[in-house]
Design a protein around this ligand. Structure first.
Ligand SMILES: Cc1cc2nc3c(=O)[nH]c(=O)nc-3n(C[C@H](O)[C@H](O)[C@H](O)COP(=O)(O)O)c2cc1C
Length: 199
């Protein structure tokens, strides 16, 4: 995935200053920028203040009312539509995604805009884009007793596919809370995966 086009970088850590998922995503974007200095990158760091949950006002907006929440959804969808490549940095929180990322998805998954219902089922409208998900987690989910308990990545893949983004690469940094050696090894593996993606 050497050519990235316009990049939208969505980061969801509640601790952005020390976020390992964000640092890994920045490593990838930095490599793309080194190869193509004209690359345009839009950064959307999600936090509770700027990314409210789905509420009645947003639902009214989905129904056609001109609400501030609908305007927020319009702006987030426009940002995503303008991107060729979506990069999502996502911590695993309580076996799932941070609620801010769920709220972002709730704003961009919109009938008639990013998907539509047909007689044969839903069709995603955001076609022709690629996504990279960079996920950091304290434990290990690729194997062992917690395998199957990562509900973040399967859900994220499903919902991106639902809006038409089916070309998805995943980089996972795991074991980050399992002692210094495991954390170092987990990060090194993730860095190597990022570098391979950028090459
Ligand atoms: C509130 C909270 C919940 C967490 N839940 C999990 C979890 O369910 N499984 C896990 O492996 N790690 C869990 N962790 C550890 C984080 O996934 C890990 O610290 C990761 O590096 C956070 O991503 P970031 O560095 O990008 O902020 C949790 C951390 C926090 C702060």
């Amino acid at each position: 995935m050497a050519k990235a086009g316009n990049v939208l970088f969505v980061s969801a850590s509640a601790a952005p200053a020390t976020s390992r998922s964000a640092a890994l995503a920045e490593r990838l974007i930095g490599a793309w920028q080194a190869a193509d200095p004209t690359l345009r990158v839009t950064r959307r760091a999600l936090d509770a203040a700027s990314m409210p949950h789905l509420d009645g006002e947003l639902l009214a907006g989905f129904g056609g009312a001109a609400t501030p929440a609908a305007a927020r959804s319009d702006a987030l969808i426009a940002e995503l539509e303008a991107a060729d490549t979506l990069v999502i940095a996502v911590p695993l929180y309580n076996f799932s995604v941070p609620s801010t990322l769920k709220a972002w998805i709730d704003h961009i998954a919109r009938a008639g805009r990013t998907f539509r219902y047909t007689e044969t089922g839903p069709v995603g409208l955001l076609t022709g884009k690629r996504a990279v998900i960079v996920s950091a987690r304290g434990g290990v989910y690729s194997q062992g007793p917690a395998a199957g308990l990562d509900f973040a990545l399967p859900w994220l893949r499903a919902v991106l596919g639902f809006v038409g983004i089916t070309e998805v690469e995943v980089v996972t940094a795991e074991g980050l809370a399992m002692g210094e050696a495991a954390a170092k090894a987990g990060l090194a593996r993730a860095e190597a995966a990022v570098d391979a993606l950028a090459a």
